[in-house]
Design a protein around this ligand. Structure first.
Ligand code: ATP
Ligand code: MG
Length: 429
């Protein structure tokens, strides 16, 4: 029996018809990064397992059950990156980018988490990560929010997303709160679910983030972190909100927003949508002032976010921005007979030189007139150029506007360039 190979569950092929929208979104993201003064950093996809354990936290979903980890031949434990912040900080420390400096960095690429695949949740997925180092104030956080707001506006999904914000305070005040919370949850122990019972010791704040409907009333009446914040964090949060107000950014203060990774402090935020079912968070981040030191560097204030590209694409596909994007050809070059087939190369190359932005496909593999026209139509091209022996002899070319009810014309080679220029400019490319 022949073995038929299939992609690994939760890891997807991206076909040309989908990649066109991806390219458009990625192009926009790169432009935004440039506009806001962020520089690209590219890190390896594999890191030492300990890096993720130390940064993300031992008792998080990611580290407990989602990482792809294996032992290398020299007994190193290695892991496919589940997120980018840890690698980015590691690279920043390693190359001396962080200490006493201000850095604004971004990266984009695949991340790996062994989750239950479903719509909007995959095992290989893609993130844009944006990280700013060396900035203390809430101003840089606000700029990151403005950057994302601009993105939603340009994609046309600004009305479909809501900004949720919260502050986690400093590590000391969180510790005090944690004890109060554990005490409260312990007194309601019997009503907790298995996950929460397990987290009670290790990561009780995460219980607040539980989606289990049976826990909602316990969570509602739990002591609030905001009642235990340190004064500086409170002030920081107030000026963060003030700057957002000043820029007309609407938001919801969501005291239950705690984020799934251990390294956050003070400001955290998530952009959410109700257009994607359960997978509603499209972008999430916050401040992580302690992480660089935790990973062996000098203490460096930092804040950043990661955006799930698959979820952004899913939203974009419903808007004008994401529609009618394709890799279809613009021009299809039909050639009948060996003389014309040979000449077609010259014409094709010349057009490509003159109009680098146009997509030109040549007909390969011969075929009669009818067959080639069919292929031209299927290619998506709007213009077909037709070359036969007679045309080559008198240096002309048949021109057919494939999407219009116009008869085929004949044109001299000299005038093809102008025709192409006018036609495609007419369509405002
Ligand atoms: P979730 O609560 O959806 O599991 P998370 O808190 O684990 O998200 P982060 O680690 O903050 O997610 O990652 C940032 C963003 O990356 C998420 O908001 C989401 O848009 C996207 N993302 C995370 N995990 C996946 C996944 N498995 N598949 C697709 N996108 C994902
Ligand atoms: Mg997750």
């Amino acid at each position: 029996m022949k073995t038929k190979f299939q992609a690994i569950k939760g890891m997807n092929d991206l076909l040309p018809e989908q990649s066109a929208v991806w390219q458009k979104v990625e192009h926009l993201l790169r432009r935004l990064m440039q506009q806001y003064g962020y520089g690209e950093i590219r890190m390896p996809i594999v890191e030492k397992t300990a890096l993720f354990k130390r940064s993300i936290g031992e008792v998080t979903d990611i580290v407990e059950k989602e990482m792809y980890t294996w032992t290398d031949r020299n007994d190193d434990s290695l892991t496919l990156r589940p997120e980018g912040t840890a690698s980015c900080v590691r690279a920043g420390i390693e190359h001396g980018l962080l200490y006493n400096q201000q850095q604004k960095l971004w990266y984009m690429g695949p991340m790996f988490r062994r989750e239950n695949p479903q719509k909007g949740r995959y095992r290989q997925f893609h993130q844009l990560g944006v990280e700013a180092f060396g900035f203390n104030g809430p101003d840089v956080e606000v700029e990151q929010i403005l950057l994302t707001r601009r993105l939603w506006q340009e994609i046309g999904i600004a009305n479909d997303v809501t900004l949720h914000i919260n502050t986690l305070g400093d590590p000391e005040s969180r510790k005090v709160y944690r004890e109060i919370l554990v005490e409260y949850l312990q007194s309601n122990f019997e009503q907790l679910d298995e996950d929460s019972k397990r987290r009670l010791e290790s990561n009780p704040l995460r219980i607040l983030d539980s989606k289990n409907p049976k826990l909602q009333s316990i969570i509602e009446s739990a002591p609030k972190l905001e009642d235990h914040l340190d004064d500086e964090s409170k002030e920081h949060f107030e000026s963060f909100k003030g700057l957002l107000d000043g820029m007309g950014v609407s938001y919801v203060v969501n005291p239950r927003l705690v984020r799934g990774l251990d390294y956050y402090n003070r400001t955290v935020f998530e952009w959410m949508t109700d257009k994607l079912g359960a997978q509603g968070t499209i972008c999430a981040g916050g401040r992580y002032d302690g992480l660089t030191e935790q990973l062996g560097g000098q203490s460096t204030p930092a804040c950043g976010f990661a955006m799930g590209i698959e979820r952004i694409i899913a939203l974009a596909e419903e808007t004008e921005f994401g529609q009618n994007v394709s890799n279809a050809s613009d021009i299809y070059l039909i050639a009948i007979g060996s003389v014309a087939e040979k000449k077609a190369f010259n014409i094709a190359e010349e057009i490509r030189t003159l109009f680098p932005s146009l997509r030109l496909s040549m007909n390969f593999g011969g075929g009669n007139f009818k067959k080639q026209f069919k292929k031209a139509d299927k290619s998506g091209a709007r213009l077909a150029l037709i070359l036969g022996e007679d045309e080559v002899a008198n240096e002309s070319c048949g021109v057919k506007f494939l999407r219009e009810e116009k008869p085929q014309e004949s044109m001299s080679w000299d005038s093809i360039a102008d025709t192409i220029k006018n036609y495609f400019q007419l369509l405002d490319r």
